[in-house]
Ligand binder design. Structure first.
Ligand SMILES: [Fe+2]
Ligand SMILES: [Fe+2]
Length: 222
């Protein structure tokens, strides 16, 4: 077990008891940060730290294990700086199917290959961390709250810039985690369509899953 429980002052009103907040061993986090600094370029490293910090805040606000959020945020772009050729090679090595869609957008593979590599590099990490790394681009059905936190943090961490990003950030702690995730996922989908990108088929599965879940929730509340 690589986690310890520590009492920590929350940055925002937490949805759970702050006394239960867990942190990973400082030595493990340090090892991860050192490995990332070597593996990523400066921009990627800064982005990973920003995603980790944002994910940790989201975890504290929405009652998702903040230590898992931090570590998954740190690691989510483990394979971000691999070339297309390296990604395809790594996918084959790990038995990840390289479909025609993946060949059209090899960068999509970095989430899957990154998850496989992180699992090898840090076998002490719990499976939900590996899953969040794997699900940070296209996602999957279903997605855990940790997966959603990392997805959101990746999109709106302090180093990111896109039109109206401030509107997204302002909804944190106001809207539910699901609403914020849906908003981010919609933004990604819109971007893909507006830029004539090939879209991974799982994107539509996730989109429909979100829409159906929203309808089910509305029917329950009616
Ligand atoms: Fe990524
Ligand atoms: Fe990222």
């Amino acid at each position: 077990m690589t986690k310890t429980r520590t009492k920590k002052e929350p940055a925002h009103e937490p949805a759970h008891d702050a006394a239960d907040e867990a942190t990973y061993d400082a030595a493990l986090v340090e090892r991860i940060e050192r490995a990332l600094a070597e593996r990523l370029d400066k921009t990627g490293y800064r982005h990973s730290l920003g995603t980790a910090t944002m994910a940790q805040s989201l975890g504290t606000i929405y009652g998702v294990d903040a230590a898992d959020c931090f570590v998954a945020g740190l690691l989510h772009d483990w394979d971000r700086c691999r070339t297309h050729k390296q990604l395809i090679k790594s996918a084959k090595k790990h038995g990840i199917k390289v479909t025609k869609v993946m060949r059209a957008r090899p960068r999509l593979l970095h989430a899957h290959t990154g998850a496989a590599e992180v699992a090898l590099a840090f076998p002490e990490l719990e499976p939900q961390i590996i899953q969040a790394v794997k699900n940070h681009t296209v996602g999957s059905v279903p997605m855990s709250d940790l997966d959603k936190v990392v997805y959101i943090a990746d999109m709106i961490e302090p180093g990111r810039e896109f039109r109206k990003i401030q509107d997204f950030r302002e909804r944190i702690g106001v809207d539910s985690l699901d609403d914020i995730f849906l908003r981010c996922y919609r933004q990604s989908l819109r971007h893909l369509i507006e830029n004539d990108k090939v879209i991974h088929p799982n994107t539509f599965k996730v989109w429909n899953w979100l829409q159906l879940a929203m309808r089910d929730a509305a029917a329950r509340d009616a």
